[in-house]
Design a binder for this molecule. Structure first.
Ligand code: F6P
Length: 370
Protein backbone atom coordinates (compact mmCIF):
# COMPACT_ATOMS: atom_id res chain seq x y z
CA UNK A 1 0.00 0.00 0.00
CA UNK A 2 1.47 3.42 -0.99
CA UNK A 3 0.05 6.53 0.79
CA UNK A 4 -3.20 4.69 1.56
CA UNK A 5 -3.60 3.66 -2.09
CA UNK A 6 -4.04 -0.04 -2.45
CA UNK A 7 -3.40 -2.39 -5.33
CA UNK A 8 -5.76 -5.32 -5.20
CA UNK A 9 -5.57 -8.53 -7.17
CA UNK A 10 -8.70 -10.61 -7.78
CA UNK A 11 -8.72 -14.24 -8.82
CA UNK A 12 -11.35 -16.93 -9.27
CA UNK A 13 -10.41 -20.51 -8.41
CA UNK A 14 -11.92 -23.99 -8.53
CA UNK A 15 -15.07 -24.93 -10.42
CA UNK A 16 -16.99 -21.93 -11.73
CA UNK A 17 -20.27 -20.86 -10.14
CA UNK A 18 -22.95 -18.39 -11.28
CA UNK A 19 -22.23 -15.06 -9.58
CA UNK A 20 -18.43 -14.93 -10.02
CA UNK A 21 -18.67 -12.02 -12.45
CA UNK A 22 -21.03 -10.11 -10.15
CA UNK A 23 -18.45 -10.36 -7.32
CA UNK A 24 -15.69 -9.17 -9.66
CA UNK A 25 -17.81 -6.21 -10.78
CA UNK A 26 -18.84 -5.09 -7.29
CA UNK A 27 -15.32 -5.41 -5.85
CA UNK A 28 -13.76 -3.61 -8.82
CA UNK A 29 -16.16 -0.68 -8.89
CA UNK A 30 -16.07 -0.26 -5.09
CA UNK A 31 -12.25 -0.25 -5.16
CA UNK A 32 -12.00 2.11 -8.14
CA UNK A 33 -14.36 4.50 -6.36
CA UNK A 34 -11.79 4.71 -3.58
CA UNK A 35 -9.01 5.48 -6.04
CA UNK A 36 -7.46 2.01 -5.65
CA UNK A 37 -6.07 -0.12 -8.47
CA UNK A 38 -7.41 -3.55 -9.33
CA UNK A 39 -5.89 -6.28 -11.42
CA UNK A 40 -7.39 -9.64 -12.32
CA UNK A 41 -5.25 -12.78 -12.47
CA UNK A 42 -6.12 -15.16 -15.27
CA UNK A 43 -7.07 -18.77 -14.49
CA UNK A 44 -6.60 -18.91 -10.73
CA UNK A 45 -2.90 -18.22 -10.13
CA UNK A 46 -1.76 -19.43 -13.56
CA UNK A 47 -1.51 -15.90 -14.92
CA UNK A 48 1.19 -15.13 -12.35
CA UNK A 49 3.44 -18.18 -12.56
CA UNK A 50 2.92 -19.70 -16.01
CA UNK A 51 3.91 -16.74 -18.25
CA UNK A 52 4.49 -19.02 -21.25
CA UNK A 53 0.73 -19.67 -21.38
CA UNK A 54 -0.09 -15.97 -21.66
CA UNK A 55 1.78 -14.16 -24.45
CA UNK A 56 -0.55 -11.19 -23.92
CA UNK A 57 0.06 -11.13 -20.15
CA UNK A 58 -1.30 -13.22 -17.31
CA UNK A 59 -3.06 -10.33 -15.57
CA UNK A 60 -5.56 -7.72 -16.73
CA UNK A 61 -6.11 -4.27 -15.33
CA UNK A 62 -9.74 -4.22 -14.24
CA UNK A 63 -11.51 -1.05 -15.35
CA UNK A 64 -15.12 0.13 -15.31
CA UNK A 65 -15.32 -0.72 -19.00
CA UNK A 66 -14.15 -4.31 -18.47
CA UNK A 67 -16.63 -5.03 -15.65
CA UNK A 68 -19.56 -3.34 -17.40
CA UNK A 69 -22.65 -5.49 -18.00
CA UNK A 70 -21.29 -8.69 -16.45
CA UNK A 71 -23.55 -9.12 -13.39
CA UNK A 72 -25.89 -11.43 -15.28
CA UNK A 73 -23.18 -13.55 -16.93
CA UNK A 74 -22.31 -17.09 -15.83
CA UNK A 75 -18.68 -18.28 -15.86
CA UNK A 76 -15.88 -15.86 -15.01
CA UNK A 77 -14.23 -13.19 -17.16
CA UNK A 78 -10.92 -14.10 -15.46
CA UNK A 79 -11.06 -17.82 -16.18
CA UNK A 80 -10.54 -20.42 -13.48
CA UNK A 81 -8.94 -23.78 -12.91
CA UNK A 82 -9.34 -26.61 -10.46
CA UNK A 83 -6.11 -28.37 -11.32
CA UNK A 84 -2.47 -27.58 -10.71
CA UNK A 85 -2.40 -26.51 -7.04
CA UNK A 86 0.70 -24.22 -7.10
CA UNK A 87 1.79 -25.55 -3.70
CA UNK A 88 1.86 -29.07 -5.20
CA UNK A 89 2.33 -28.40 -8.89
CA UNK A 90 2.89 -31.54 -11.01
CA UNK A 91 6.24 -31.24 -12.86
CA UNK A 92 8.32 -33.85 -14.72
CA UNK A 93 11.89 -34.56 -13.57
CA UNK A 94 14.74 -35.21 -16.02
CA UNK A 95 13.48 -38.79 -16.48
CA UNK A 96 9.98 -37.68 -17.25
CA UNK A 97 8.63 -38.84 -13.87
CA UNK A 98 5.99 -36.52 -12.39
CA UNK A 99 6.56 -34.88 -8.97
CA UNK A 100 4.64 -32.32 -6.96
CA UNK A 101 6.65 -29.07 -6.65
CA UNK A 102 5.90 -25.97 -4.50
CA UNK A 103 5.76 -22.99 -6.89
CA UNK A 104 4.07 -20.56 -4.50
CA UNK A 105 7.18 -18.34 -4.22
CA UNK A 106 6.93 -17.59 -7.94
CA UNK A 107 3.39 -16.40 -7.31
CA UNK A 108 4.56 -14.18 -4.44
CA UNK A 109 7.15 -12.71 -6.84
CA UNK A 110 4.29 -12.00 -9.22
CA UNK A 111 2.30 -10.19 -6.51
CA UNK A 112 5.40 -8.09 -5.69
CA UNK A 113 5.99 -7.31 -9.36
CA UNK A 114 2.52 -5.75 -9.64
CA UNK A 115 2.71 -4.08 -6.20
CA UNK A 116 -0.25 -6.10 -4.92
CA UNK A 117 -0.96 -5.71 -1.18
CA UNK A 118 -4.24 -7.66 -1.03
CA UNK A 119 -5.66 -10.66 -2.84
CA UNK A 120 -9.42 -11.02 -3.11
CA UNK A 121 -9.70 -14.76 -3.60
CA UNK A 122 -13.08 -15.93 -4.84
CA UNK A 123 -13.30 -19.66 -4.31
CA UNK A 124 -14.52 -22.72 -2.50
CA UNK A 125 -12.82 -24.76 0.23
CA UNK A 126 -9.87 -25.82 -1.96
CA UNK A 127 -9.15 -22.38 -3.45
CA UNK A 128 -9.64 -20.49 -0.19
CA UNK A 129 -7.49 -23.04 1.65
CA UNK A 130 -4.77 -22.39 -0.92
CA UNK A 131 -5.24 -18.60 -0.67
CA UNK A 132 -4.92 -18.73 3.11
CA UNK A 133 -1.42 -20.21 2.73
CA UNK A 134 -0.28 -16.94 1.11
CA UNK A 135 -1.06 -15.20 4.41
CA UNK A 136 1.99 -16.95 5.94
CA UNK A 137 4.02 -15.45 3.10
CA UNK A 138 2.95 -11.91 4.01
CA UNK A 139 -0.03 -11.28 1.72
CA UNK A 140 -3.34 -9.91 3.00
CA UNK A 141 -6.13 -12.17 1.74
CA UNK A 142 -9.87 -11.46 1.70
CA UNK A 143 -11.90 -14.56 0.81
CA UNK A 144 -15.26 -14.62 -0.96
CA UNK A 145 -17.18 -17.90 -0.55
CA UNK A 146 -18.18 -19.52 -3.83
CA UNK A 147 -19.45 -22.98 -4.65
CA UNK A 148 -22.62 -24.46 -6.01
CA UNK A 149 -22.13 -27.24 -3.44
CA UNK A 150 -22.68 -24.82 -0.48
CA UNK A 151 -20.22 -26.82 1.61
CA UNK A 152 -18.15 -23.92 3.00
CA UNK A 153 -18.36 -23.37 6.73
CA UNK A 154 -18.98 -20.02 8.50
CA UNK A 155 -21.36 -18.65 5.89
CA UNK A 156 -25.05 -19.45 5.77
CA UNK A 157 -24.81 -19.71 2.01
CA UNK A 158 -22.27 -19.56 -0.80
CA UNK A 159 -23.17 -17.85 -4.05
CA UNK A 160 -23.95 -20.17 -6.96
CA UNK A 161 -25.92 -22.57 -4.78
CA UNK A 162 -29.32 -20.95 -5.34
CA UNK A 163 -28.89 -21.04 -9.13
CA UNK A 164 -27.89 -24.71 -9.03
CA UNK A 165 -30.80 -25.70 -6.78
CA UNK A 166 -33.31 -23.73 -8.87
CA UNK A 167 -32.14 -25.45 -12.04
CA UNK A 168 -32.19 -28.91 -10.44
CA UNK A 169 -35.69 -28.31 -9.10
CA UNK A 170 -36.94 -27.30 -12.53
CA UNK A 171 -35.36 -30.43 -14.00
CA UNK A 172 -37.11 -32.61 -11.40
CA UNK A 173 -40.44 -30.90 -12.14
CA UNK A 174 -40.00 -31.77 -15.82
CA UNK A 175 -39.07 -35.37 -15.09
CA UNK A 176 -42.28 -36.12 -13.15
CA UNK A 177 -44.45 -36.12 -16.27
CA UNK A 178 -42.19 -38.32 -18.39
CA UNK A 179 -41.61 -40.71 -15.46
CA UNK A 180 -45.37 -40.95 -14.97
CA UNK A 181 -46.09 -41.38 -18.68
CA UNK A 182 -43.77 -44.40 -18.87
CA UNK A 183 -44.26 -45.71 -15.30
CA UNK A 184 -40.50 -45.41 -14.85
CA UNK A 185 -38.07 -44.71 -12.09
CA UNK A 186 -35.99 -41.63 -12.97
CA UNK A 187 -32.64 -41.39 -11.21
CA UNK A 188 -31.21 -37.87 -11.27
CA UNK A 189 -27.55 -37.33 -10.37
CA UNK A 190 -26.60 -33.88 -9.14
CA UNK A 191 -23.26 -32.40 -8.05
CA UNK A 192 -22.35 -32.45 -4.38
CA UNK A 193 -19.00 -34.00 -3.65
CA UNK A 194 -18.89 -33.99 0.13
CA UNK A 195 -22.24 -32.43 0.98
CA UNK A 196 -25.78 -33.19 -0.14
CA UNK A 197 -27.20 -29.66 -0.06
CA UNK A 198 -28.13 -29.53 -3.76
CA UNK A 199 -29.70 -33.00 -3.68
CA UNK A 200 -31.58 -32.28 -0.46
CA UNK A 201 -32.96 -28.84 -1.32
CA UNK A 202 -33.89 -29.66 -4.91
CA UNK A 203 -35.18 -33.10 -3.93
CA UNK A 204 -37.58 -31.69 -1.36
CA UNK A 205 -38.67 -28.81 -3.61
CA UNK A 206 -39.01 -31.07 -6.66
CA UNK A 207 -40.99 -33.76 -4.79
CA UNK A 208 -38.46 -36.58 -5.01
CA UNK A 209 -39.29 -39.95 -3.46
CA UNK A 210 -35.73 -40.92 -2.57
CA UNK A 211 -32.73 -38.64 -1.90
CA UNK A 212 -29.26 -40.13 -1.43
CA UNK A 213 -26.61 -37.81 0.04
CA UNK A 214 -22.97 -38.23 1.16
CA UNK A 215 -23.91 -37.61 4.80
CA UNK A 216 -26.16 -40.72 4.96
CA UNK A 217 -24.55 -43.89 3.54
CA UNK A 218 -27.43 -45.73 1.95
CA UNK A 219 -28.76 -49.28 1.98
CA UNK A 220 -29.91 -49.82 -1.61
CA UNK A 221 -32.35 -52.54 -0.53
CA UNK A 222 -34.15 -50.01 1.69
CA UNK A 223 -34.37 -47.52 -1.19
CA UNK A 224 -35.65 -50.30 -3.48
CA UNK A 225 -38.26 -51.39 -0.92
CA UNK A 226 -39.49 -47.79 -0.72
CA UNK A 227 -39.84 -47.62 -4.52
CA UNK A 228 -41.64 -51.01 -4.59
CA UNK A 229 -44.07 -49.80 -1.91
CA UNK A 230 -44.88 -46.74 -4.06
CA UNK A 231 -45.72 -48.95 -7.03
CA UNK A 232 -47.78 -51.30 -4.84
CA UNK A 233 -49.82 -48.43 -3.45
CA UNK A 234 -50.75 -46.94 -6.82
CA UNK A 235 -47.93 -44.46 -7.55
CA UNK A 236 -46.48 -46.12 -10.63
CA UNK A 237 -43.38 -43.97 -11.00
CA UNK A 238 -40.63 -42.65 -8.79
CA UNK A 239 -38.06 -39.85 -8.71
CA UNK A 240 -34.70 -40.61 -7.08
CA UNK A 241 -32.10 -37.83 -6.55
CA UNK A 242 -28.50 -38.95 -6.02
CA UNK A 243 -25.65 -36.62 -5.01
CA UNK A 244 -22.47 -37.49 -6.90
CA UNK A 245 -20.74 -38.12 -3.55
CA UNK A 246 -23.42 -40.50 -2.22
CA UNK A 247 -22.07 -43.88 -1.18
CA UNK A 248 -23.52 -47.22 -0.11
CA UNK A 249 -23.14 -48.06 3.58
CA UNK A 250 -20.70 -50.85 2.78
CA UNK A 251 -18.97 -49.15 -0.15
CA UNK A 252 -17.28 -46.03 -1.42
CA UNK A 253 -17.92 -43.00 -3.64
CA UNK A 254 -18.05 -43.62 -7.39
CA UNK A 255 -14.79 -42.32 -8.90
CA UNK A 256 -14.22 -41.72 -12.61
CA UNK A 257 -10.50 -40.87 -12.51
CA UNK A 258 -7.62 -39.64 -10.37
CA UNK A 259 -5.07 -37.24 -11.85
CA UNK A 260 -1.91 -35.98 -10.16
CA UNK A 261 -2.45 -32.48 -8.74
CA UNK A 262 -6.23 -32.65 -8.92
CA UNK A 263 -9.05 -33.93 -6.70
CA UNK A 264 -10.56 -37.29 -7.71
CA UNK A 265 -13.14 -36.87 -10.46
CA UNK A 266 -16.42 -38.31 -9.22
CA UNK A 267 -19.02 -39.83 -11.50
CA UNK A 268 -21.27 -42.84 -11.85
CA UNK A 269 -23.14 -42.63 -8.52
CA UNK A 270 -26.49 -42.20 -10.26
CA UNK A 271 -25.95 -44.98 -12.77
CA UNK A 272 -24.82 -47.36 -10.01
CA UNK A 273 -28.03 -46.68 -8.07
CA UNK A 274 -30.13 -46.97 -11.25
CA UNK A 275 -28.80 -50.40 -12.19
CA UNK A 276 -29.27 -51.74 -8.67
CA UNK A 277 -32.80 -50.33 -8.39
CA UNK A 278 -33.73 -51.87 -11.74
CA UNK A 279 -32.45 -55.23 -10.54
CA UNK A 280 -34.11 -55.03 -7.10
CA UNK A 281 -37.49 -53.56 -8.13
CA UNK A 282 -37.95 -55.06 -11.60
CA UNK A 283 -39.08 -51.63 -12.81
CA UNK A 284 -37.69 -49.74 -15.80
CA UNK A 285 -35.12 -47.15 -14.70
CA UNK A 286 -33.52 -44.22 -16.56
CA UNK A 287 -30.66 -41.97 -15.42
CA UNK A 288 -30.24 -38.22 -15.96
CA UNK A 289 -26.96 -36.54 -15.00
CA UNK A 290 -27.37 -32.81 -14.42
CA UNK A 291 -23.63 -32.31 -13.77
CA UNK A 292 -22.19 -29.11 -15.21
CA UNK A 293 -25.60 -27.81 -16.28
CA UNK A 294 -25.92 -26.87 -12.60
CA UNK A 295 -22.89 -24.58 -12.88
CA UNK A 296 -23.82 -22.88 -16.13
CA UNK A 297 -26.09 -20.02 -17.09
CA UNK A 298 -27.09 -16.75 -15.47
CA UNK A 299 -27.16 -16.39 -11.69
CA UNK A 300 -30.60 -16.14 -10.08
CA UNK A 301 -31.60 -12.79 -8.57
CA UNK A 302 -30.65 -14.14 -5.14
CA UNK A 303 -27.17 -15.17 -6.30
CA UNK A 304 -26.61 -11.87 -8.13
CA UNK A 305 -27.50 -9.89 -5.05
CA UNK A 306 -25.41 -12.02 -2.66
CA UNK A 307 -22.47 -11.87 -5.08
CA UNK A 308 -22.68 -8.09 -5.42
CA UNK A 309 -22.99 -7.77 -1.62
CA UNK A 310 -19.97 -10.05 -1.11
CA UNK A 311 -17.83 -8.13 -3.63
CA UNK A 312 -18.69 -4.76 -2.08
CA UNK A 313 -18.19 -6.13 1.46
CA UNK A 314 -14.70 -7.37 0.53
CA UNK A 315 -13.71 -3.75 -0.16
CA UNK A 316 -15.48 -2.48 2.99
CA UNK A 317 -13.50 -5.05 4.98
CA UNK A 318 -10.30 -3.44 3.73
CA UNK A 319 -11.56 0.09 4.47
CA UNK A 320 -12.43 -1.03 7.98
CA UNK A 321 -8.93 -2.45 8.49
CA UNK A 322 -9.76 -6.17 8.42
CA UNK A 323 -7.08 -8.59 7.29
CA UNK A 324 -7.27 -12.25 6.32
CA UNK A 325 -11.02 -12.62 6.64
CA UNK A 326 -13.74 -14.16 4.54
CA UNK A 327 -16.96 -12.26 3.86
CA UNK A 328 -19.89 -14.38 4.99
CA UNK A 329 -23.65 -14.18 4.89
CA UNK A 330 -25.13 -14.14 8.37
CA UNK A 331 -28.64 -12.86 7.61
CA UNK A 332 -29.56 -10.09 7.53
CA UNK A 333 -25.96 -8.88 7.25
CA UNK A 334 -22.66 -9.76 5.64
CA UNK A 335 -20.02 -10.38 8.31
CA UNK A 336 -16.27 -10.96 8.28
CA UNK A 337 -14.97 -14.24 9.70
CA UNK A 338 -11.33 -15.34 10.04
CA UNK A 339 -10.39 -17.06 6.79
CA UNK A 340 -8.49 -19.77 8.68
CA UNK A 341 -11.68 -20.74 10.54
CA UNK A 342 -13.80 -20.84 7.39
CA UNK A 343 -11.49 -23.30 5.64
CA UNK A 344 -10.83 -25.55 8.62
CA UNK A 345 -14.12 -27.43 8.41
CA UNK A 346 -16.56 -28.46 5.74
CA UNK A 347 -20.26 -27.61 6.09
CA UNK A 348 -22.20 -30.81 5.52
CA UNK A 349 -25.94 -31.36 6.01
CA UNK A 350 -26.58 -31.75 9.77
CA UNK A 351 -28.51 -34.94 10.40
CA UNK A 352 -30.92 -33.04 12.64
CA UNK A 353 -31.43 -30.16 10.21
CA UNK A 354 -35.04 -29.13 9.85
CA UNK A 355 -34.86 -29.61 6.07
CA UNK A 356 -33.89 -33.23 6.58
CA UNK A 357 -36.63 -33.66 9.19
CA UNK A 358 -39.14 -32.01 6.85
CA UNK A 359 -38.16 -34.42 4.09
CA UNK A 360 -38.60 -37.41 6.36
CA UNK A 361 -42.01 -36.10 7.52
CA UNK A 362 -42.99 -35.85 3.85
CA UNK A 363 -42.14 -39.54 3.43
CA UNK A 364 -38.91 -39.07 1.46
CA UNK A 365 -36.50 -42.00 1.85
CA UNK A 366 -32.76 -41.43 2.43
CA UNK A 367 -31.81 -45.09 2.06
CA UNK A 368 -31.52 -45.59 5.80
CA UNK A 369 -34.64 -45.92 7.93
CA UNK A 370 -37.37 -45.91 5.26
O1 F6P B 1 -17.89 -26.95 -7.88
C1 F6P B 1 -17.76 -28.14 -7.15
C2 F6P B 1 -18.08 -29.26 -8.05
O2 F6P B 1 -19.25 -28.89 -8.64
C3 F6P B 1 -18.20 -30.64 -7.41
O3 F6P B 1 -19.49 -30.95 -6.97
C4 F6P B 1 -17.76 -31.55 -8.52
O4 F6P B 1 -17.25 -32.75 -8.02
C5 F6P B 1 -16.70 -30.74 -9.19
O5 F6P B 1 -17.09 -29.40 -9.05
C6 F6P B 1 -16.50 -31.13 -10.63
O6 F6P B 1 -15.65 -30.22 -11.23
P1 F6P B 1 -14.96 -30.42 -12.67
O7 F6P B 1 -15.76 -31.39 -13.46
O8 F6P B 1 -14.97 -29.04 -13.24
O9 F6P B 1 -13.59 -30.90 -12.39
Amino acid sequence: MVNGKRTIAINTGGGDAPGLNAVIRAATISALNKGWEVIGIKDGYNGLFLPEKYPEGGVIKLTREIVKDITNLGGTILGTTNKGNPFKYPMPDENGLMHEVDRSDEIMDGFRKYGVDTLIAIGGDGSLGMASRFIEKGLNVIGVPKTIDNDLDKTVITFGFDTAVSFATEALDRLHSTAQAHSRVMVVEVMGRYAGWIALNSGISGSADVILIPEIPYDIQKAANHVKRLYETGRDYAIVVVAEGAKPKDGDVAVLEKELGKAERLGGAGERVARQLEHLTGEEVRTVILGHLLRGGSPTTFDRLVSLRFGAAAIRALEEGYENVMVALDPPTVQYVPLSEAVSRMKTVPLNSDSLLTARQLGICFGDEC
